[in-house]
Design a protein around this ligand. Sequence first.
Ligand SMILES: Cc1cc2nc3c(=O)[nH]c(=O)nc-3n(C[C@H](O)[C@H](O)[C@H](O)COP(=O)(O)OP(=O)(O)OC[C@H]3O[C@@H](n4cnc5c(N)ncnc54)[C@H](O)[C@@H]3O)c2cc1C
Length: 383
Amino acid sequence: MDFDFGADADALRAELRSLIAAEVPADFLGAFTDDPNDLAIAQRFCARLAAERLLTLAWPVEYGGRGGSVWDQTVVREEMWAHHEPRGAQYMGVNWVGPAIMAFGTDEQKALHLPAIGAGEVIWCQGFSEPDAGSDLASLRAKAVAVDGGWKITGQKIWTSYAEMAQWCVLAARVGSGEKKHDGITLFLVPMDTLGITVRPIASSLGRHHLNEVFFDDVVVDDNAVLGGVGNGWQAIRHALAFERVGIARYARCDRLLSALEAELGDGFDELPHAVRASWTRALVAVRVARLLAYRATHLQAEGTPADTAASVARIAVTQADQLVAEALFQALDSSSLRDKASGAVLHGAVEDHYRYAQAATVASGTIEIQRMIVGRSTVGRA
Ligand SMILES: Cc1cc2nc3c(=O)[nH]c(=O)nc-3n(C[C@H](O)[C@H](O)[C@H](O)COP(=O)(O)OP(=O)(O)OC[C@H]3O[C@@H](n4cnc5c(N)ncnc54)[C@H](O)[C@@H]3O)c2cc1C
């Protein structure tokens, strides 16, 4: 397979890079730092992308996109993740919430939500995980009970990224009690300012503004909040997670950081101990392999072939590459003269930032053990 994306993709990449250079400060480390200005930068940048129809470039024109190919979308993901995701939390809406609404939503839901996501105006969060339902998501206990004209939802979610700043949540809750665990799971599109929702931030190595726990106490939503039909949530969750797993193109940031630190070290790079350069090379190879596996999953999604297994394979490779790169960058810093740099963090703190995020990579979006089980089951069959 030829992975030369062609001249149009090169032009798109150049367009994105010049927009990033113009709109995003060189020391930007993502939207969720302690500096509220970083979130404002991301929001402004999204509005700028949206004005060019670049935010939802791969969406059909009727939904506010440019009708670009998934490969165009791959270029967008790579440039965004390489530059510390200046779309901030918006990537979640663009990457999987919008496509899930396109696939499973009613006309009314499409009309309400897709233009807002396409305009970069709204932040979504994903209310799936619970204190006792992470890897085994189907055992979730949040409960939705039918009331007059709608549903009353009660339960607790945890590790909910961006909940503190989100206006909407895709919430998974159980309706009734089916024979199998997956039965009855239903997705609801819930405004975060609904009475009965409480968000509590969880301080973590990712900073104070990333993870949260969210409580739903008798939260009442309309019938038209249901996405994809009552009891059909599991199918939509699988669809969403396959998109999410491929959409996190951290391999692009890994590649960029390896090159950036090499450039920063200058002649000092060749003076690094052999073992350090060897781990650098292993990390770089892992990054390139991860990129190819992500392309494979994207190719299958583009063909309309089920991509769950390929997405899991790619996710395993990307998260492992992430951690190898984090180690290689730290080893290189530790063995170089930059270790004694008098003031200011190397690469504006991007190495430390990468290390902190890489530790969580093999847990977020489904742990690496679970991804391996998905791959194992599809390869040798379910025991
Ligand atoms: C940075 C980050 C962001 C996140 N954002 C969100 C979000 O926005 N929305 C959301 O809903 N969730 C989010 N999560 C939660 C994430 O999806 C869960 O943490 C993940 O699915 C694991 O669930 P758990 O934490 O309950 O761990 P558990 O499922 O309790 O797993 C604990 C350990 O046991 C292992 N394990 C579990 N079951 C098996 C098994 N059957 N066989 C072998 N090993 C097993 C796991 O691999 C893991 O090592 C986020 C997590 C992180 C780290």
